[in-house]
Design a protein around this ligand. Structure first.
Ligand code: B12
Ligand code: SF4
Length: 487
C-alpha cells in the first residue's frame, strides 16, 4: 500500500519557501509517517522544493495533505486531482480543523485536531474500505507522539525541526494556537526528545514549540532538563526557539540555552502600546510593560543569544502614525531580527469571528482568498485608517527595516550587543529572509523609499504590479507628547 503525504505551498506567494535557508520541513507529515504501519510505503511530496505536477510521482492508494490557512487553497487544488482519479484524500492540520465543513467540500476525509491517537484508525478503516468523512483526533498526551520520520524529509532542508511541547495557556485573540492545540501546556518526555535530536545529522534546527520555556515551574524544569541533557550527551547543534519575555529573568535558563547551542529566540512582542496588548489578550507582555522590553532584550543578548522580535501592524486602534511609532520603537529597541507582519484574522480565532461579525473582512472569496492570508497583505478594514493607507505605509515600514544599509547597521549593533558572531549572523540572515518575503513582488525596490517609487503595489495574491493610488496619506512621523516613544 502506498501513502503519499503532501506539503502544499501557496502558489502565488511563496513566502518562507523562497530561499532554501528559510524553509522548514513539515513535521506533521513525518509524524503521520511514523504512525503508519510498516507494511505501507510512505513518501513525502514537498512543494517547498518541487511543484506538484499531474504527470509524475503521483502513485498512491491514499493521500494525506496538511495545510495552514495560506496554503489551504493549494491543498484543495491537489486534492481535486486525486479525487478525480478516485484516490481518497485525507486533509488535516490547522486550517481543516478550523473549517472542517469547507475542507469537506474538497477532500474525501477531514481530520480534525492532532493525529497521534486517531491516524492508525484512519489507516485501519481505509484498509477495511470503511474510510469515514470525518475523524477527530483531539489533543492527546504527548506520550503518544512517535519519533517523526526525519529520514523522509527532502534532503535540501538546511534546518531540521523538533517539538517538545504543545499548547499555550494564553489566549491572544489573533492566534490560532490555543484554539487548536489547547490552553494546557503539554510536555513531551525529555528522553524521547534527546533521542530524536541525536538521531538526525543536521547541525541546524529549530524547536517549533510556541513556547519552549512555558510559564509554569514544571515547564521551566522541563526546559532545563532538555538543555542539560543536550549538554551531557554532547549534542552539538545550533538552534532557535520561540519563547516569552520571562526567559530574560532566568539566568540559569539563558546560560544553559547558550551552552546547548541556542542562537536565536523569537519573542512575540506584537506592540509597544499597552492598551493594544491588553485588548489583544497579550497579558504577559502588558504585565511586563513596554518600558521594560528593551532591558529584557539586553539580558537575552548578553547571554550570547540573538532576539528576533515579532511585531504586528494594524492592531485594533492603530493609525498611520502608530505604524510609524511602532517602527521607531523597533529600531530603537535593539532587537536583532524583525518579523513585521500585518494583522491577519485567521479562521478559528476570536479576531476572525469579531471582524466577520463587524463585516470588516473584504477578502472573502474563499477558498481562493485564503492565499492572501499570509500576514503580509491587508485583508480587513482597519478601524482608523484605510486599507490602502495601511498597505502603503507598511511598504515604508518594511523599506526602513529591511533596506541594505539598515540591515548592515543592525548587524554591527548585534555584534556589539550579543558579542557572538554566529548568533549575530543568524539574526542578519533572518532579516534577509524577511526582506525577501515582504518584497517578493518584482515591482518594488526595497532599497528605495516607497515615496520615490512610482509603482509599488502588486495585485495581492499575484505578481502583477498595479499603480499606486493617489488618495492615500503619506504622513511624516509625528509623535505627540502623551504618546511619546519610549526609548
Ligand atoms: C513551524 C511553524 C512555521 C514554519 C513552517 C513549518 C511547516 N510545517 O511547514 C514556518 C516558519 C515556515 C512558518 C511560516 C508561517 N507560519 Co507558521 N507556524 C509554525 C508553528 C510554530 C509550528 C508548526 C508545527 O510544525 N507544528 C508541529 C506539528 C507536528 O503540528 P501540526 O502541524 O499542527 O500537525 C499536527 C496536527 O495538526 C495534525 N495534522 C497536521 N497535518 C495533518 C495532515 C493529516 C492528513 C492528518 C491526518 C493530520 C494532520 O497532526 C499533527 C500531529 O499531531 C505554528 C504554531 C503551531 N502550534 O501550530 C505556526 C503557525 C502554523 N504559523 C502560522 C502562520 C500565520 C505562518 C505564516 C503565515 C507566518 C508569516 N508571517 O509568514 C507563514 C505561512 C507559511 C505557509 N506555508 O504558508 C499560524 C497559522 C494560522 C493558520 N490558521 O494558518 C500558526 C498557527 C501560528 C499562530 N500563532 O497562529 N510557520
Ligand atoms: S501568541 Fe503566543 S502567547 Fe499568545 S496565545 Fe499564541 S502562542 Fe500563546
Amino acid at each position: 500500500m502506498k501513502l503519499l503525504l503532501i506539503n502544499p505551498q501557496n502558489k502565488h506567494r511563496r513566502g518562507f519557501s523562497l530561499s532554501r535557508a528559510s524553509r522548514y520541513p513539515p513535521l506533521s507529515l513525518a509524524i503521520l509517517a511514523a504512525l503508519t504501519p510498516k507494511h505501507w510505503e510512505v513518501k513525502i511530496q514537498d512543494e517547498n522544493f518541487e511543484w506538484f505536477e499531474d504527470e509524475k510521482d503521483k502513485e498512491a492508494d491514499l493521500v494525506g495533505i496538511t495545510a495552514f490557512t495560506p496554503n489551504a487553497y493549494r491543498a484543495y487544488e491537489i486534492a481535486g486531482y486525486y479525487e478525480s482519479k478516485g484516490i481518497p484524500v485525507v486533509m488535516g492540520g490547522i486550517h481543516a480543523t478550523a473549517l472542517p465543513e469547507e475542507a469537506g467540500q474538497y477532500v474525501t476525509t477531514v481530520f480534525k485536531g492532532e493525529a497521534e491517537s486517531e491516524w492508525p484508525k484512519v489507516i485501519d478503516d481505509f484498509e477495511k474500505g470503511k474510510l469515514k468523512p470525518l475523524y477527530e483526533g483531539g489533543r492527546p498526551s504527548m506520550d503518544l507522539m512517535p519519533t517523526p520520520r526525519h529520514d523522509l524529509f527532502h534532503e535540501g532542508y538546511m534546518f531540521n525541526t523538533v517539538q517538545t511541547t504543545r499548547g499555550c495557556p494564553y489566549n491572544c485573540d489573533f492566534c490560532s494556537v490555543h484554539t487548536f492545540n489547547g490552553t494546557k501546556h503539554r510536555l513531551r518526555a525529555v528522553e524521547d526528545i534527546l533521542d530524536e535530536i541525536e538521531q538526525f545529522p543536521d547541525k541546524l534546527m529549530g524547536f517549533v514549540d510556541d513556547n519552549f520555556y512555558g510559564y509554569s515551574t514544571k515547564s521551566k524544569e522541563h526546559s532545563y532538563a532538555i538543555l542539560e541533557g543536550m549538554i551531557q550527551r554532547g549534542i552539538k547543534k545550533e538552534w532557535f526557539i520561540q519563547a516569552s519575555f520571562n526567559i530574560a529573568d532566568d539566568p540559569k535558563f539563558l546560560d544553559l540555552a547558550a551552552k546547548a547551542g541556542c542562537r536565536e529566540v523569537l519573542i512575540g512582542v506584537e506592540s509597544e502600546n499597552i492598551h493594544q496588548l491588553k485588548q489583544a489578550n497579550k497579558h504577559l507582555n502588558a504585565r511586563i510593560r513596554p518600558e521594560s522590553f528593551r532591558k529584557k532584550f539586553r539580558k537575552i543578548q548578553r547571554a550570547g543569544i540573538a532576539v528576533l522580535g515579532a511585531f504586528i501592524f494594524g492592531l485594533e486602534g492603530d493609525t498611520v502614525e502608530d505604524l510609524h511609532r511602532r517602527l521607531k520603537f523597533i529600531r530603537k529597541s535593539g532587537v536583532d531580527a524583525i518579523q513585521a507582519t500585518v494583522l491577519t484574522p485567521a479562521p478559528g480565532t476570536a479576531l476572525f469571528d469579531r471582524m466577520l461579525k463587524e463585516n470588516r473582512i473584504f477578502r472573502q472569496d474563499y477558498p481562493s482568498d485564503w492565499q492572501r492570508y499570509h500576514s503580509e497583505e491587508v485583508v480587513f478594514k482597519p478601524d482608523r485608517m484605510t486599507p490602502k493607507e495601511f498597505e502603503y505605509n507598511m511598504y515604508i515600514v518594511w523599506h526602513k527595516l529591511y533596506n541594505k544599509t539598515s540591515m548592515r547597521q543592525r548587524f554591527l549593533r548585534s555584534l556589539w550587543l550579543i558579542r557572538n558572531f554566529k548568533s549575530a549572523m543568524w539574526a542578519y540572515v533572518g532579516n534577509w529572509h524577511y526582506r525577501r518575503i515582504v518584497f517578493e513582488n518584482g515591482g518594488f525596490d526595497p532599497d528605495t523609499h516607497p515615496a520615490k517609487q512610482k509603482r509599488i503595489f502588486r495585485e495581492p495574491g499575484t505578481h502583477q504590479v498595479i499603480d499606486l493610488p493617489k488618495d492615500i496619506s503619506r504622513p511624516g512621523v509625528k509623535v505627540s507628547k502623551e504618546k511619546k516613544i519610549l526609548f
